[in-house]
Design a protein around this ligand. Structure first.
Ligand SMILES: N[C@@H](CCC(=O)N[C@@H](CS)C(=O)NCC(=O)O)C(=O)O
Length: 219
């Protein structure tokens, strides 16, 4: 049996955050994929694992799975501290978490499949308006991130300093969603674009990207 199991979906931002953390920390995991568009998350056997019917869920050791990507990142950091993905100094740690939360807690929840489904099926919002909604909320966060990164003295090769942190683990999946969902152009966001490029030079970010997942569509 694998030491840990990650329930994941290729295009899921939240799953991608955890895949990067595992890779940076050199932790292997068996990846079990769910097709969120087909509704695999609502199957009773999965709901028994994660009553929220979402990915990721991580099983490591005993007990029910861990859920919520940011909680999983914190857990991995405490349980497997090397290499650290949070800086040592208090302000820098708060800044890392704030940057991560702009993408993961403010933009991402507005565009997950269950929200898109509710807007389309229950409120009758058509495809063009739905696309506008997705783009609006992702771009709001992208703009905010660019402003925060451009002004902060802690910004380095990566979002905070010269090593990847949780902030980058949230930034890169955020950009991946924006690129997959509406072909986002990063040119208007030079600081964010530079940091994104620096992250993608690292195998832990590149090899765990959506297109390299076992459930990604071919071609
Ligand atoms: N805040 C959660 C978000 C989890 C979440 O909503 N994941 C999405 C994929 S990125 C999902 O599984 N959605 C299922 C659905 O919306 O039906 C986290 O960070 O783990």
């Amino acid at each position: 049996m694998a030491e840990r199991t990650l329930y994941s979906y290729w295009r899921s931002q939240a799953s991608y955050r955890v895949r990067i953390a595992l890779a940076l920390k050199g932790l292997s995991a068996e990846i079990v994929t769910l097709d969120l568009l087909k509704g695999d998350q609502f199957v009773s056997s999965y709901r028994a694992l994660n009553p929220e019917a979402s990915v990721p869920a991580l099983i490591e050791g005993e007990g029910p799975p861990l859920i919520q990507s940011l909680a999983i990142l914190e857990y991995l950091e405490e349980r497997h501290p090397e290499p650290p993905l949070l800086p040592k100094e208090a302000r820098a740690r708060a800044h890392v978490r704030a940057l991560g939360q702009v993408a993961a807690m403010d933009a991402h929840p507005l565009i997950v499949p269950r929200v898109r489904h509710y807007l389309a099926q229950e409120l009758g919002i058509g495809e063009p308006a739905l696309k506008t909604w997705i783009r609006h909320w992702l771009e709001e966060s992208t703009r905010t991130l660019e402003t925060l990164l451009a002004r902060d003295p802690l910004t380095g090769r990566f979002s905070v300093g010269d090593a990847p942190t949780f902030a980058d683990l949230c930034l890169v999946p955020h950009v991946a969603s924006a690129q997959m969902l509406y072909g986002a152009d990063l040119a208007p966001y030079p600081t964010l674009a530079r940091i994104h490029a620096a992250c993608m030079e690292l195998p832990a970010f590149a090899e765990t990207a959506p297109e390299h997942q076992p459930d990604a569509p071919l071609g």
